[in-house]
Design a binder for this molecule. Structure first.
Ligand SMILES: [Zn+2]
Length: 82
């Protein structure tokens, strides 16, 4: 959610995978720094950080990010189950 009123949601699995690949900290507070508003970017050319980042129910409007391939995905799942 940006102060301009624009908000976006992401597919949680693809987003998680992006953070894994980049070795980013997935703590929500720190994750905020990785996002910026596409609308403000288009208008001002600046990367405006969101004022709020929160977990919401997945929906069909979520922005889809690339998913890990089958093997990676299974390996990741087994790590969580361990
Ligand atoms: Zn904005």
């Amino acid at each position: 959610m940006c102060r301009c009123g624009h908000s976006a949601t992401f597919d949680p699995y693809g987003l998680w995978w992006k953070f894994q690949r980049k070795m980013w900290d997935d703590d929500l507070g720190k994750a905020r720094e990785k996002f910026w508003c596409a609308r403000c970017k288009a208008r001002t050319g600046k990367r405006v950080r969101p004022i709020r980042l929160e977990l919401v129910q997945p929906s069909k409007d979520d922005i889809q990010l690339p998913m890990p391939d089958e093997r990676e995905w299974k390996r990741a799942l087994s790590r969580f189950r361990a």
